[in-house]
Design a protein around this ligand. Sequence first.
Ligand code: NDP
Length: 314
Amino acid sequence: MEKERVRCLIIGSGPAGFTAAIYAARAELNPVLYEGLQPGGQLTTTTEVENFPGYPDGIMGPDMMEDLRRQALRFGTDIRQGLATGVDFSGTPHKVFINNDIEIQADTVIIATGSSANYLGLEDEKKYAGMGVSACATCDGFFYRRKIVAVVGGGDTACEEAVYLAGLASQVYLIVRKPYLRASKIMQERVMEHEKIKVLFEHNAVGLYGENGVEGVHLVRRIGEPDEYRYDLAIDGFFLAIGHTPNSDIFKPYVETNDIGYIITPGHFTRTNVPGVFAAGDVADPYFRQAITSAGSGCRAAMEAERYLSEHRL
Ligand code: NDP
């Protein structure tokens, strides 16, 4: 196995990873950053970002990530394609395995692997993967122009995706398991007032059907109640927007996480229970999960890594 020694290894290429890279590169830590499966992270699947300071007219998610990437490159970050497939944090330097065939020995590691979309866990989601089931409206919405789609979820993501899809599809159903939306007031209003969006409150999707792709969804209204009602709804596309799970699995043998897998860091700091290993962005943030808060924690992680290296004369 090929081996390489680095001072600062950054895993992940969302706002946290690139911000950590900008700070680490300017501090001359010679950071190496592996981009992972989805270069640019979740923002590459978003449309317009309106709430990141510095862009008064908004910016498209992929364009913002390209800006961050260029800024990290400008200061000399070594950005590489590759996926961290395993780690050994039992001693120093820390070992991180890339694509199962490169061993990076790192004095400091910044974990910025983000989180991934959740699915309901239905067999049919797998059966129709790429055939009508998607967890990314911006990636796949284009295929549903003038068609009928459903979005599952009642949070900001679900509302945002429903509004986006309503710009393409002929009809959007929003399947919400509770009798209310959890989304922010402004997103709730946009959804409720949109003529192409119909909100199905107190509904659960329990299966999909179709010959060569999704043709409809099996729904249950008021599941488990005396007036429970089951029916089928014809749709062409089924979009999940029910939250995310942190991408922390490979670190769990060494790094402490909470019960749903978010890496535990104390207070304002990004340090983990493993000295020299830091976590930034959504992988360690069950609460804010914003581009700006991720970027802020990436900055803190790089500053802590720099102090760790200088304290340990590495
Ligand atoms: P949330 O956790 O806020 O919402 C998840 C939604 O999915 C909830 O309505 C939840 O229902 C529903 N859900 C979860 N599991 C299931 C299930 N098994 N079956 C049916 N429904 C289910 O996640 P989001 O991704 O929407 O948002 C995450 C964070 O990101 C939030 O803080 C949000 O505000 C923020 N965000 C901000 C945006 C912006 O500012 N532009 C855009 C998008 C997200 P229930 O309510 O019943 O639990």
